[in-house]
Design a protein around this ligand. Sequence first.
Ligand SMILES: [Zn+2]
Length: 407
Amino acid sequence: MKSGNASDRASAGDLLHLVRSGRATTRGALQEVTGLSRATVGQRLDRLFRAGWLREGSGNPVASPLGGRPSVRLEFDDGHAVVLAADLETRHARTALLTLTGEVVAERGWPLRVDEGPEKVLDELGAGFGELLRASGRSPDAVCGIGLAVPGPVDSETGRVVQPPIMPGWDGYDIRGRLRRAFTEHTGATAPVPVYVDNDANLMAYGEQRAHYPDCSAFALVKVSTGIGAGVVVDGSVYRGVDGGAGDIGHIRVPDAPGSAAALCKCGAYGCLAAVASGRAVAARLSAAGVPAASGSDVRELLAAGHPEAVGLAREAGRQVGDVLATVVTLLNPGVLMIAGDLAGTPFLTGVRELLYQRALPRSTAHLEIVTSLLGERAGLVGAGALVVEQLYAPERAEARLAALGF
Ligand SMILES: [Zn+2]
């Protein structure tokens, strides 16, 4: 931005972005980075102050890079709006009200089957949002956007899921439109709100990376619950691929895995990774051995109780996933590989490590940290909230919204 005619380019939206990213947090630093005059920076900041998007911080002033008296630090003012987020799993839903800086103000979870179809499920999410707003005493008109995490591949242009194996009836459905309507109906909001939809593993990866590994430029998260999926964050952005299909590792074939040839996957193929190593697959094997289990969350409970058969099968599932992850790690060379979901625990991680270190090149794993989820069940919600904020406060969008609001 420090080029010749930068001065007519750096908008109020750009200044906001510089402050939020921490690149320039004083008037002086903003002048430096943008090349704008003091007066122009002042005018643009004034719009942001009047909108309630920016404030002068209460912390210690910072030394000015241009010398002279220390400048007051500018901060993103997160009190002017809130975000709603929902995380949809195959048999469970979770909703949260978050601040613009990602703190969870209120949350709620309840059983909800994704296979009941989008009409009913999205209507229930709208009702869940209404309850959260009432419980926290916030007006529906304070909500600037809604983020939704779903257990299937998403076309981020349209917010629709694309051939989702474990979401029958959702293929191509207008999720954004229906959730927007459900929100309005259940909350009495006077204006429609933007809705953003993404895959759950993507949003979990985004939430965890931002909250706990902000300096990691290549971050991968693998979610192993009913299905298996991965999210990749490169240089602070979710990497989605050209069709939103990046990270869908659950349907890689693993012909050498025990029982692979007879393992029918939800996608219709035999021998997918998800068919031999997901929570659902482990649950099926436990049931066959006389231990009742129907889902990833049942396996989670057995693992928490140290059930020996569940522990053994989780470790074996970890080995199968670790074999696939050796390729993932070789391709991406991530700094952090995070394991999340129902199976994430010591036995599974031990299995992952066994195969991963055996199969991947030492150079790909020399600086690799293999960890378990830190945000736990909130990861998808935090990531969904962060996605909304990143979209709405990106420079161009922020500038357009400011203008639309009359600032
Ligand atoms: Zn499959």
